[in-house]
Structures are given as C-alpha cells and as structure tokens.
Design a protein around this ligand. Structure first.
Ligand SMILES: Nc1nc2c(c(=O)[nH]1)N[C@H]1C(S)=C(S)[C@@H](COP(=O)(O)O)O[C@H]1N2
Ligand SMILES: [Mo]
Length: 496
C-alpha cells in the first residue's frame, strides 16, 4: 500500500483541514497567552464583529433568556471563527509544504500568513507573532513525512498526538492569559486615601448583619459587569482625552491630569442594569472618586447650554444619548472603592449619572457631545428604553435559618434618587404586610439600602417583598420583563 513517495499513505480526506484547524486553535491560544483578554487578542475584533452582526432580536433574546450564558456562547462562537480563520492560514502553509515536499517551508509560510492576519485584525506587530509561531510549529509537524508502516493509520495517530499537544498548549495558554488579563485590569493595591477609608468604614458599620449578601458596599471584584463587547478596551492614560463637543460655545479637551488634579468628590452610587431579571444580581453599590462634570467644564471657562441633549461616547464604540439636565448632576469617576478604576469598570474615567439605569453610566468615556436634538443611543437603537430613571425594586437574596427555628430574610432595595422610604414584607403571599428593618441611608441619595426581617415559619410561606420609594410610591405589582423598560413586579420566594 505504501509508496515511498507519498508522505502520508492513508491520509484521510479531512486530515489536512483538521490539522489546519488545530493550527488555528494554537494561534488563538498563543495570542491569548501573550496578551490576555485585551484588544490585542486576535479573537477580540472577531468577537466585536459577531456582536455587530448579530440581529438585534437575537441579542435581546440572548440577554433576556440566556443572560450571561448568551455572552459566553457569543464569545465561544468568536473563538471558533477566529480559529477557523487562522486555520485557513495554516492550511495554505500545509498544502504548499506538501506540494514542495518541504514541511519547513510550509510551516514558515503558514506562520507568515497567520502573522499578516493577526496584524490585519489587531494592528499589533509583535503580538501577532504569538499567534503565528505556534501555528507554524503545528503546520510543520503536521506536514512532516512519515514513512514507517504501522498497523494504525499514521495520519490519524499523528492527528491525535497533534490534538493532544495543542490541547496541552491551549490549557497552559488559558492559565497564562488569564493572569496577563488580570495584571492589566488594575494596578493599585496601594493604600486607600483617608476620606475614602472613613466613608467605607462608616458604610461597613451601617451594614445590616445579613449573611449571604453583600453589605452596603459591593466588593470591587464582584461588582456586576455589563459590556457590549466580550473584550474591554485597554485605554492608555497618556493617550486618553475627554472632549466636550457639539452645541457648546467653545469645544474643550481635558487630559487625565486635568480630571484627577481637581478637588475630588466622593460619592456612593448604586448601578443597576435595565436588562437584568427582577431578582437578578446586576445591581451593586460602590464608593466612587471623581469630579462633577459641571465643575470640570467650568474649570476651563466652559459652560453647558440649557438645551437639550447629550451623547456620551466611549472608547469601545458605545454611545448613549439622554437629556442634558441629567448630566448636570453627573460625576466623572476615576476611582472605585478607593482604587484606580478597574479596566472592567471603565478605566481611566467613566460617567456616573444619578438615578438613571446603568447603561448611561458610560465607561471608558472619551467625548461629551452636546446636541440640539434628540437621537437614539446604542441600546435604544435596539429597542430598549433604558436612559431614564430606574424602577423601584426590593431584591430578596438572603434566607438564613437561625437558631431556635427562626428565619431571617433580606436583600437590597433601590429606587434611584427617589430613595427608599421603607420595605414591606408579607409572609402570607401578600395578604398582610409588615415593615422590614432598614439599614441607615448612605450619605448620598442615589444608593440602595438593605432590608431584613425575621420570623418563625410554621410550614411553608410565600414571602413577598415590596419597596416604597421616598416619594411614597409603592413598587408596582404588575410583572414585566426587562425588555424594554426594565423589570417590574414584586419578588416572592417560598420559605420554610
Ligand atoms: N463604554 C461602555 N459603557 C457602558 C457599557 C458598555 O458596554 N460600554 N455598558 C453599560 C451598561 S448596559 C451598564 S448596566 C453599566 C454597567 O456598569 P459596570 O459594568 O461597571 O457594572 O455600564 C454601562 N456603560
Ligand atoms: Mo445595562
């Protein structure tokens, strides 16, 4: 069966494409190991394309039905597509190597094509090598002739070995790349300034003793995240500027030093995503350090007009439009819980707009564009109504069984700048209501409070909670999905 001239006797029809795909996987892994989850990662632009070309209805479905799993699926698709694209580069090398009967040349050629592809995708000259090199090796190994006759189909055996090798390489790369990503997330770790520490300590002291849920300040690392892209932008402070443009008397541009050099403001602010489920976890609170937008604009002699609207633009291509009046109370934050704003939360600077849904709290902000007419932002183009004030909600996340058969239930309640007046609990499915204990309000208005309630269950109880906001309005009972106005209804859970 074997003729000495044919390098692979029983080469299956799919052997080359499979080997090439493995080369593509190696390229993705190598790139990840070198740069982590940053825009220099070869899958990052592909992921952005996947997001951009996914129909809005599918995006909405993914958010509402799949939640974070939808994000993961989208990113997995991007990884596969990237591996396929680099696989084509590998295939070009593999085939050329066979024709020339020079596997080394094939490997080199595959590497060069892969490097060009990486350059095209990310614009990174050096980082592209991290994708090209492992791909080269795979192409070379897969293309080497092998003549000794064995009982087992040699190409299959080689493919299995190759696959195992690429799997090990991929595993190591995943570990290395995750650490690389971590490093570029946040640099601080230094001491927190005194005014921050005082406020954090006070908030800690005022938090209710409620096991299983965050206190009044969320841990920075577990603060929820919502982004349009799977890979966050990496913005270099030295290159970053914030410009005020459009319908203003004179356009202005500020540097990071301009922002951080001013008298700092410390503000507790809760964020909540309009796209979360009613009793979901996309609601958190932090202490932010920043400067009021108006102060910054006026510090350089500028001013904001009275009419009408503003569009905030960001480094990730995100933009949101809302009434200029809301921006007057906004803060530009550069620290979160006393540490440099993490990349995940908008480093170097993000906007915080009191009382409004999370989505207009634009991260990685680059431009404040004042406009004379209304327009639609990123999410509103996709059918959402998320630029307005938040809905009132009492979340119900803690059910703690105490000694003596008693049960403590609790959670957080939030109503934006309306504030929480009280939280009411029913242990009989909503027939009778009792007031829950509330944590003391934080010093700033746009913040959540904790509620807690203890009772002794007899059998099983349908426990229902509802908040009453500072204007006396009871959280509406009518249930609605997140799309398009944010979730509404009362949270209820069985407790026994
Ligand atoms: N530039 C930019 N800003 C953004 C987003 C984004 O995708 N890009 N997501 C928005 C949404 S929908 C929400 S809910 C909040 C979440 O902020 P967090 O990730 O810091 O919790 O950021 C908002 N700001
Ligand atoms: Mo959001």
């Amino acid at each position: 069966m074997a003729s000495a001239a044919a390098p692979l006797t029983h080469r299956g029809r799919f052997a080359d494409p499979v080997a090439a795909f493995l080369g593509g996987v190696a390229a993705v892994a190598g790139s990840y190991a070198a740069v982590g989850l940053t825009p220099a990662f070869v899958a990052a632009p592909v992921s952005a394309l996947v997001v951009a070309y996914t129909p809005d209805a599918v995006v909405t479905f993914a958010i509402l039905v799949l939640g974070d799993v939808g994000d993961l699926l989208g990113f997995a698709l991007a990884l596969v597509l990237t591996a396929v694209a680099f696989g084509l580069a590998a295939l070009s090398g593999l085939r050329t190597g066979r024709v020339l009967e020079r596997p080394v040349v094939g490997g080199l050629l595959g590497g060069v094509v892969a490097w060009l592809l990486a350059l095209l995708l990310t614009g990174q000259v050096l980082a592209g090598l991290a994708a090209a090199l492992p791909l080269s090796v795979v192409v070379w190994v897969a293309g080497r002739p092998r003549r000794e006759p064995t009982a087992v189909d040699p190409s299959r055996r080689r493919l299995l070995k190759l696959a195992a090798g690429v799997a090990v390489f991929g595993g190591v790369s995943a570990l290395v790349g995750a650490r690389v990503g971590d490093e570029s997330t946040s640099d601080s770790g230094g001491a927190v300034s005194q005014p921050v520490q005082q406020r954090l300590d006070a908030a800690q002291a005022d938090s209710l003793d409620l096991a299983g849920i965050p206190g009044l300040v969320s841990e920075t690392g577990s603060f929820y995240r919502v982004d349009i892209n799977a890979v966050d932008p990496t913005v270099a402070v030295d290159d970053w500027t914030l410009s005020v443009t459009g319908a203003v008397d004179a356009e202005q541009t500020f540097t990071y030093e301009d922002v951080t050099g001013m008298e700092p403001t410390y503000v507790f602010k809760t964020l909540r995503c309009v796209g979360e489920s009613l009793n979901g976890h996309k609601m958190d609170n932090a202490l932010w350090t920043g400067v009021p937008v108006v102060d910054l604009v006026e510090s350089a002699g500028g001013s904001l007009p009275d009419e009408c609207c503003v569009v905030l633009h960001a480094a990730d291509g995100y933009y949101e439009e809302f009434p200029l009046s809301a921006l007057r109370d906004a803060v530009l934050a550069y620290e979160m819980n006393g540490e440099t704003l993490p990349r995940a939360h908008g480093y170097p600077v993000r906007a915080l707009v009191p009382g409004h849904w999370g989505e207009i709290n634009v991260k990685w902000i680059t431009e404040i564009e004042v406009t004379k007419a209304e327009s639609t932002g990123y999410w509103e183009k996709r059918g959402w109504h998320g630029t307005g004030p938040v809905n009132t909600v009492a979340k119900f996340h803690a059910i703690n069984h105490l000694d003596g058969g008693r049960v403590q239930v609790g959670g957080h309640a939030y109503a934006g700048t309306r504030g929480i007046d009280r939280v009411e609990v029913s242990v009989d499915g909503g027939q009778t209501w009792t007031e829950a204990t509330l944590s003391k309000p934080l010093p700033d208005p746009d913040t959540w409070r904790q509620w807690a309630y203890e009772f002794e269950p007899s059998g099983s109880h349908e426990v229902v909670v509802r908040a009453v906001d500072g204007e006396g309005d009871v959280q509406p009972r009518d249930e609605a999905d997140a799309f398009p106005n944010g979730p509404s209804g009362w949270v209820s859970r069985m407790v026994r």
